[in-house]
Ligand binder design. Structure first.
Ligand SMILES: NC(=O)c1ccc[n+]([C@@H]2O[C@H](COP(=O)([O-])OP(=O)(O)OC[C@H]3O[C@@H](n4cnc5c(N)ncnc54)[C@H](O)[C@@H]3O)[C@@H](O)[C@H]2O)c1
Length: 459
């Protein structure tokens, strides 16, 4: 197979695995290899139990794996063989040095650039799939061209816009695919080669080519704007709870304005996920770096409102459970940051659980897909907590149930049975406004939704 039909993706995570599975399934004329330094993860990609849960993913992988989709730890060979290299390694928030707490930690990304320089034997197109700070492509370009072999590389930005939980559908039917390239003859040619890949299944009018800096910035701005909508509606949910306005009614009325639209206006305990917070903080850092403190402060507030919403949720629990949860069993329904994923990175459940453990509550945690990650997240935490597969067992003898992930399974549970097994008075704090609150109240629960009047039997 010619090298220009040979794709390598470095980084077999939530982005690299699913995107490459979709490319392999849609492009029979390409061979796709996904490489990672994490041997356990690669073994899982080659097994029946994939390392991540995503609806539709395992069927897709099963159909193409071993035929035109391959998973390996042999990064050097992957680099040598491929003409097109996607880089989708993690770019977390820096925890040390200059920019700690805001800037992106680019160490993994830089290591892949250096590995490409070391192992490449011919010219290649290198694509930033990871979310990166503005002008990262320039740094990538410099590192790649530091090679002494006379090789030439084109650097392309092709950020991923999929959402976990709907990744496969998002990738198969994207609103748009963004491809940013350098404004040179070779840059334009490289963009065209990446367009060719996506054009196998994405209508041409949805494939947007821009300059590389617009592409990098658009990804950060898209995430910042999405998170801003959540923080906006969550800030109003706090006001609703004080005034007997109902956030669901407000969100519906506001979202029916076609200039605003209905999506991302659902009030909740807060947003999570590996991207929103980190990408906004990255944008904040960039604004500060470029001497725009007002712009930085504007976007930072989106993150602060999210922290406020999580804290507010816990304060509400403690206050309404007679100002103490010490020694009380509390059942946590859902640990993933959203439904249909096992991913718990930056999940509000982590912060809510920690605050409740500080209050000496005893937690029982259940989640259909996220318990392994939850165990890792709380591995260093002190206090009493257990992980339970069965929600009925989880709720038994508890004083309160918290809904922290909007899994549809939780909607279908028999809440009469759950109520009967709990300590009284029994509380439900619905951090996702998932359940039928009037029905729960009728059963006997004291119900605390987000952004609307509580239903309580307590005088
Ligand atoms: N998760 C999402 O929903 C999402 C959506 C859009 C964009 N992104 C962006 O995509 C990037 C990847 O995110 P993710 O969620 O897939 O991360 P992830 O942590 O799930 O996966 C990253 C993978 O890269 C591997 N890796 C790190 N250094 C490596 C190296 N030097 N060589 C080979 N492999 C290496 C890690 O072992 C890991 O398996 C990030 O920049 C993220 O911001 C994520």
């Amino acid at each position: 197979m010619k090298k220009d039909k040979n794709i390598l993706c470095i980084g077999a995570g939530y982005v690299g695995g699913p995107t490459m599975a979709v490319i392999a399934s849609k492009c029979p004329d390409y061979k796709v290899t996904v490489a990672d330094i994490d041997e356990k993860r690669i073994n899982a990609w080659n097994s029946d139990k994939l390392p991540i849960y995503e609806p539709g993913l395992s069927e897709l992988v099963r159909n193409v794996r071993g035929k035109r989709l391959f998973f390996t730890t042999d990064i050097a060979k992957g680099i040598k063989d491929a003409g097109i290299i996607f880089v989708s390694v993690n770019t977390p928030t820096k925890t040390f040095g200059e920019g700690a707490g805001k800037a992106a930690d680019l160490q993994y990304w830089e290591k892949t650039a250096r590995a490409i320089v070391e192992h490449a034997e011919d010219n290649k197109i290198v694509i930033e799939k990871s979310t990166l700070p503005l002008r990262a492509a320039e740094a990538m370009h410099r590192i790649l061209h530091s090679n002494t072999k006379g090789l030439d590389f084109d650097v392309i930005s092709n950020p991923e816009f999929m959402a976990e939980g709907t990744a496969i559908d998002d990738m198969q039917n994207p609103d748009r695919v963004l491809i940013g390239g350098m404004e040179t003859a070779s840059g334009r040619k490289a963009v065209e080669r990446i367009v060719e890949i996506y054009a196998h299944w994405v209508p041409r009018e949805r494939i947007l080519s821009t300059n590389v800096w617009s592409s990098e910035l658009s990804k950060l701005v898209a995430n910042a704007m999405l998170a801003q909508r959540i923080s906006s509606i969550n800030s109003i949910s706090a006001l609703c709870e004080k005034t007997d306005a109902n956030i669901n009614e407000v969100a519906k009325a506001v979202g029916m304005d076609s200039r605003i639209g209905p999506k991302f206006l659902k009030a909740s305990v807060g947003f999570g996920g590996s991207c929103f917070k980190k990408d906004i903080l990255n944008l904040v850092y960039l604004c500060e770096y470029y001497g725009l403190p007002e712009v930085a402060a504007y976007w930072e507030e989106v993150v602060k409102i999210n922290d406020f919403q999580e804290r507010r949720f816990v304060k509400n629990i403690v206050k309404n459970m007679f100002n103490t949860v010490a020694g009380k069993k509390i059942a946590v329904f859902g640990f993933a940051f959203k439904a249909d994923t096992g991913d718990t990175r930056e999940s509000p459940a982590i912060y809510v659980s920690r605050m409740l453990l500080d209050e000496k509550a005893e937690l029982a945690i259940c989640d259909p897909e996220a318990l392994d990650n939850a165990k890792r997240d709380l591995a260093d935490d002190k206090g009493k907590f257990e992980f339970v597969n069965d929600p009925y067992k989880c709720a038994r003898n508890s004083h309160a149930v918290l809904i922290l992930t909007e899994w549809s399974e939780f909607r279908k549970l028999d809440y009469r049975k759950i109520y009967a097994s709990m300590e009284k008075p029994a509380f439900i704090f619905d951090g996702r406004n998932l359940l039928d609150h009037k029905e729960l109240f009728k059963i006997g629960f004291n119900v605390f939704p987000i952004g609307s009047t509580k239903f309580t039997h307590l005088k």
